[in-house]
Design a protein around this ligand. Structure first.
Ligand code: ADP
Length: 266
C-alpha cells in the first residue's frame, strides 16, 4: 500500500486569494499515476492539500482558534464555507483522475472524522480498506472537522497522512510538494539553503519560519512534525518535488528521485 500526498502548492496557486486550479499540473500528475498503475497494480491512497481553496476562508473565520460561544454562528458558516471550498478542489482533482481512468472515490474527513484540540481522535478507516479491496483509490483531503474541545478545526492533508499511516501501516508514504524536499531554510527565499537527503530532527532547521502567508496548517514545519512522528514509529516517508515532470511516476516505480527521506535513523 502506498499513501501519496499531492500538496496544495502543486494543485493551486497557494499565494492567491482566488480559487484557481493548476489544471496542467493536475492532468500531468493524473497521467503519471495512471502510467505507473498500468505498469503494475498498486494499492494507492491519495491525500491532497487544500491549497488556495481552503486557506482563505479558514483564515478569515479563524477556524480552530479558541472562541466565545457567542461567536459560534459566524464560525459555523465559516466552517461551511471552508468545507465547501475544499470539496470544490476535490471535485476538480477527482474529475481529472477519473478522466484519466483512475477509479478514485472521495472520502471527506468532515464526514467521518472528529478531533480533540486540532488532532484527529476518531475516524474509522474501514471504508478505506473496503474500497481498496474492491480496487478503488480512496481520496481524502485537507478539511474541517468537529472538535470536542474547540467545536471545529482545520485538519491538514499532512495530519491526514500521519493518521492514515499510523492506522493502515502502508509500505510507502510519499509527499509531493513544490520544492525538492527539506532544506535548512526555505529554499524559495534563501538561495544558500542547504538540501537534506535525509532529515531526522527539527533542530537541523536554521529557521522555523512558516511557508506561505495564507497557510493556517503549519506549512513545511507542520509537515515535518507529522512525518517525524511517523519516523518514531518506524514509518519512513519521502518528500519529493511533484512539479518536476515524471517524479511522481518514477517514485511510484521505485526509481531514484531526488527528495528527502524523513527517518530517525542515520
Ligand atoms: P504543500 O502545499 O505542497 O503541502 P507547503 O506550501 O505547505 O506545501 O510547504 C512547501 C513549502 O514550504 C515550499 O514551497 C517552501 O517554500 C516552504 N518551506 C519553508 N521552509 C522550508 C524548508 N526548510 N525546506 C523546504 N521548504 C520549505
Amino acid at each position: 500500500m502506498i499513501i501519496l500526498k499531492i500538496g496544495g502548492s502543486i494543485l493551486t496557486n497557494k499565494d492567491s486569494s482566488e480559487s484557481e486550479v493548476d489544471a496542467g499540473s493536475l492532468e500531468r500528475i493524473a497521467r503519471e499515476i495512471k502510467s505507473s498503475l498500468d505498469n503494475s497494480f498498486k494499492e494507492l491512497i491519495i491525500v491532497h492539500g487544500a491549497g488556495s481553496f481552503g486557506h482563505p476562508p479558514a483564515k478569515k473565520y479563524k477556524i480552530g482558534e479558541a472562541f466565545d460561544k457567542s461567536e459560534f454562528p459566524e464560525k459555523r458558516i465559516g466552517f461551511c464555507e471552508t468545507q465547501n471550498a475544499v470539496k470544490k478542489l476535490n471535485m476538480h482533482v477527482c474529475e481529472a483522475f477519473i478522466k484519466e481512468g483512475l477509479p478514485v472515490v472521495a472520502i471527506p474527513a468532515s464526514s467521518f472524522m472528529t478531533a480533540t484540540n486540532k488532532r484527529i481522535t476518531h475516524g474509522n478507516l474501514d471504508s478505506f480498506k473496503r474500497y481498496l479491496d474492491k480496487g478503488f483509490i480512496p481520496v481524502i483531503y485537507g478539511d474541517v472537522v468537529l472538535d470536542d474541545e474547540l467545536e471545529i478545526c482545520v485538519i491538514s492533508g499532512d495530519q491526514l497522512i500521519q493518521y492514515l499511516a499510523v492506522n493502515l501501516s502502508p509500505d510507502e508514504v510519499i509527499l509531493g510538494t513544490d520544492v525538492d524536499g527539506v532544506y535548512n531554510k526555505n529554499p524559495k527565499t534563501h538561495d544558500d539553503a542547504i538540501f537534506f537527503d535525509k532529515f531526522s530532527s527539527l533542530e537541523d532547521l536554521d529557521t522555523l519560519e512558516g511557508t506561505t502567508n495564507v497557510d493556517v496548517t503549519g506549512g513545511m514545519v507542520g509537515k515535518i512534525k507529522e512525518l517525524l512522528y511517523l519516523a518514531d514509529l518506524g514509518i519512513e516517508s519521502k518528500i519529493i518535488n511533484a512539479e518536476v515532470e515524471n517524479n511522481i511516476f518514477k517514485v511510484l516505480e521505485n526509481e531514484k528521485v531526488k527528495g528527502t527521506i524523513i527517518s530517525r535513523g542515520n
